[in-house]
Design a protein around this ligand. Structure first.
Ligand SMILES: *[C@@H]1O[C@H](CO)[C@@H](O)[C@H](O)[C@H]1NC(C)=O
Ligand SMILES: *[C@@H]1O[C@H](CO)[C@@H](O)[C@H](O)[C@H]1NC(C)=O
Ligand SMILES: *[C@@H]1O[C@H](CO)[C@@H](O)[C@H](O)[C@H]1NC(C)=O
Ligand SMILES: *[C@@H]1O[C@H](CO)[C@@H](O)[C@H](O)[C@H]1NC(C)=O
Ligand SMILES: *[C@@H]1O[C@H](CO)[C@@H](O)[C@H](O)[C@H]1NC(C)=O
Length: 347
């Protein structure tokens, strides 16, 4: 279940305007030999899972703070909409399997429904996107009573227009009002959770590889998930095609992490990693100086050794010549010999 939903989630737009919130429904219809229920969905407020529905047990399972959220929505309306979605999946499944090899053992259909509450508190756009086998088949976008459809339903224009008319009526009178009401309800309960700001911890480090080095910048533990992480080489942003990684990954505790890396040969540049995030007033810079890295460290001991030896020999030579001068002053050939023996001991 998680991997299927994950595939679909990856195609979602990451950027959302500051201050806006959205409610997401990710529904999956799956037939074949799988451990999953035929129909199930997850409801999320922004990126926080709040509810899970399973058609086999016909149960709604709240996630997190349970007892206080029973009044967020009317479960009769909820179940009516669930049934609508499930029966449209059943129709789609027949169409989707019409022209394909019937020996396909598993076919998953998915639907993503998102409604948005803008930062001014007004309902924003609503998107309904369908996918089969992980790729989008069609999409309905509803913005300010403007309804756009994109897709490849193999039906006549007449049938399509009728389908759209019904769909638009449903969106205007049923889906969007219900979605917005539910969104507002959850927002009331979870305001602190979705509006929290947690600062990223940023670390820049260098790892030795067989053929050079990898410079990595890791930002972790931040919330919300929007972050700008940039690697600089001598003050210039490193171009995207050199960067490895950069995917946003969830941590187990509801925060996020992102890592950007760069593979280099042993060169003498200064690397800086810069993070901007809602929780930070200013950007956060972490710098990796060349002399903090491995190459310079391994140079230091040998340089010091040479300096130390020069110093010791220098002192020894000075003592020797000073003693030689003393010896010369008392004009004794033996004391010169003993003086040079002493100087050997000091080294
Ligand atoms: C659950 O809700 C109650 C009342 O709104 C609140 O005091 C409590 O901190 C919440 N617990 C969690 C884990 O969010
Ligand atoms: C359906 O797929 C199976 C396995 O990929 C293949 O062996 C079979 O020939 C296919 N049948 C048709 C009618 O294409
Ligand atoms: C509706 O949306 C389409 C596509 O985004 C746009 O071309 C069109 O102008 C919009 N119509 C109205 C009335 O806003
Ligand atoms: C569309 O449907 C018609 C009949 O309903 C069928 O003949 C045609 O092959 C279908 N086209 C595609 C691309 O599935
Ligand atoms: C990231 O950078 C873009 C473009 O400069 C900016 O619009 C956005 O607000 C930044 N996001 C964060 C979280 O700082």
């Amino acid at each position: 279940m998680d991997t299927i939903l994950h595939l679909f989630l990856l195609s979602l737009p990451i950027a959302a305007p500051k201050g806006s919130h959205s409610l997401w429904v990710l529904a999956t219809y799956i037939k074949g030999q799988t451990p999953f229920p035929e129909f199930s969905y997850v409801v999320m407020l922004d990126d926080v899972r709040v509810l899970y529905y399973n058609s086999e047990t016909k149960t709604l399972i709240p996630r997190g703070n349970t007892t206080t959220e029973d009044d967020v929505f009317n479960s009769n309306v909820h179940l009516t909409i669930s049934d609508n979605i499930q029966s449209s999946f059943k129709e789609k499944w027949v169409v989707a399997t019409n022209n394909v090899n019937k020996t396909y053992s598993v076919l998953a259909l998915q639907r993503l429904v998102v409604c948005e509450l803008r930062d001014d508190g007004e309902p924003g756009q609503m998107i309904t996107r369908d996918a089969a086998r992980g790729s989008t088949t069609d999409e309905l976008l509803y913005v300010d009573k403007n309804f756009t459809y994109q897709g490849n339903l193999n039906i006549s224009t007449q049938v399509l227009n009728l389908h759209l008319k019904i769909s638009m009526w449903n969106h205007e009178h049923l889906y969007r009002p219900f979605c917005i009401k539910t969104l507002k309800g959850y927002l009331e309960k979870r305001r602190n959770q979705v509006n929290r700001k947690v600062k990223p911890k940023v670390r820049l480090f260098r790892k030795e590889l067989s053929s050079g080095f990898r410079v990595s910048c890791l930002a972790t533990g931040f919330y919300p998930r929007h972050i700008n992480l940039t690697l600089f080489r001598d003050g210039q942003p490193v171009s995207d095609h050199e960067i490895i990684g950069g995917d946003l990954l969830p941590n187990g505790d509801g925060t996020y992490q992102m890592r950007k890396s760069l593979e280099i040969s042993a060169d003498k540049h200064k690397y800086t990693c810069s993070a901007t995030h809602l929780s930070l007033d200013n950007k956060l810079d972490v710098t990796l100086e060349y002399d903090h890295g491995e190459p310079f460290k391994s140079v230091i001991p040998s340089v010091l050794m040479v300096l130390a030896l020069m110093l010791v020999f220098g002192v020894a030579a000075a003592i020797t010549s000073w003693k030689r001068q003393c010896a010369d002053s008392i004009k004794s050939g033996y004391s010169t010999a003993s003086a040079s023996e002493e100087s050997v001991d000091t080294t």
